[in-house]
Design a protein around this ligand. Structure first.
Ligand SMILES: NC(=O)c1ccc[n+]([C@@H]2O[C@H](COP(=O)([O-])OP(=O)(O)OC[C@H]3O[C@@H](n4cnc5c(N)ncnc54)[C@H](OP(=O)(O)O)[C@@H]3O)[C@@H](O)[C@H]2O)c1
Length: 292
């Protein structure tokens, strides 16, 4: 990975930080993101120490806010003349419905719309840097997901688990649609399930409703390093050079939810997402379109 630049969202802890250590250890320049400058800088210091690579950069943004995603994307474009890999890793779970500064349901906004918008804003830089890769951290929960186009934001009926499952299925559908749109550009798009991993996942949910499950499952969970294994593999391995539009678990391709293979649905989700973040969603392949 020497000479390559990787951006990992949510690199201050958990799977993202472990992935950053893995990729920095291979020689990549790694940009991590987090909401708090001091916490992100502490994480960068750890990543530099553990990897022995001083080329770690920090970008600060709350990705639940579209304005923040846009500002941070601008900073990334200013800092990185090339971008070889984008790892969309940030995600969370909330038992109770609440909305972002944009008035959108938090789970859908952070887990799906943020990577959708960030990837869109960085896409030209990625295509200019081809061969390049977009790796999105989904979850096995995608297999239980349903995209409820009539109530995407859970306004009529909200369940934290349903919202999470939907957002993780959206990660896979986004990946497949992105792969189709990127055909011929040399940029690949893959999604993955990291496996149950011992991190701070769901710790910010005020109800702590996942806490008993997490407590019971902790002895069987992967370490963050192991949980980051598939993301690091997809970001770096020559074995997956050119592999696109696939979902992985344990470094192997895996079948995803039947609905994720329906191009009508993935196209519809793309258009709805584009409308929600205010970018053009036209079906023209990305390589033939002027940047926005
Ligand atoms: N852990 C598991 O068992 C598991 C299983 C399946 C899938 N996953 C998926 O793996 C991904 C990573 O999860 P994890 O377990 O590593 O979670 P985590 O330990 O909670 O880490 C989350 C990361 O995201 C950042 N973050 C959270 N909210 C943010 C926001 N609003 N804006 C910007 N950054 C934000 C955090 O940074 P700051 O707090 O510094 O801002 C932190 O670096 C998620 O997409 C999750 O759905 C996890």
């Amino acid at each position: 990975m020497a000479g390559k630049t990787v951006l990992i969202t949510g690199g201050t802890g958990g799977i993202g930080k472990a992935a950053a250590i893995g990729l920095a250890s291979m020689g990549a320049r790694v940009g991590i993101t987090g909401r708090d400058q001091a916490r992100a800088e502490r994480a960068a210091t750890d990543i530099e120490a553990e990897s022995g690579n001083p080329a770690v950069d920090v970008f600060v943004a709350d990705l639940s806010s579209q304005a923040e995603v846009r500002r941070m994307a601008g900073e990334v474009l200013a800092a990185y003349p090339r971008l070889d890999v984008l790892v969309n890793n940030v995600g969370g779970f909330w038992a109770h419905r609440h909305t972002t500064v944009d008035g959108l349901e938090h789970t859908f906004a952070l887990n799906h719309l943020a990577p959708f918008l960030l990837t869109s804003l960085l896409l030209e830089r990625l295509t200019d840097s081809a061969p390049a890769r977009v790796v999105t951290v989904s979850s096995g929960a995608q297999s239980m997901g349903k995209i409820d186009f009539d109530d995407l934001m859970g306004e009529q009926d909200y369940s934290g688990q349903r919202a999470y499952n939907q957002s993780k299925l959206a990660n896979v559908m986004f990946t497949y649609e992105l792969a189709r749109r990127l055909e011929g550009t040399g940029v690949t798009a893959t999604a993955l399930h990291p496996g149950m991993t011992n991190t701070a996942f769901s710790a910010e949910d005020p109800s702590r409703s996942m806490a008993p499950i997490v407590f019971a499952a902790r002895p069987f969970m992967k370490s963050p390093k192991k949980g980051a294994g598939t993301a690091v593999y997809l970001a770096s391995s020559p074995k997956v050079e050119g592999v696109t539009g696939r979902y992985f678990a344990n470094r192997k391709t895996k079948k995803s939810h039947d609905a994720s293979y329906d191009a009508m649905t993935t196209g519809r989700l793309w258009q709805v997402s584009a409308d929600l973040v205010g970018i053009p969603g036209d079906p023209t392949p990305i390589r033939t379109r002027a940047s926005f």
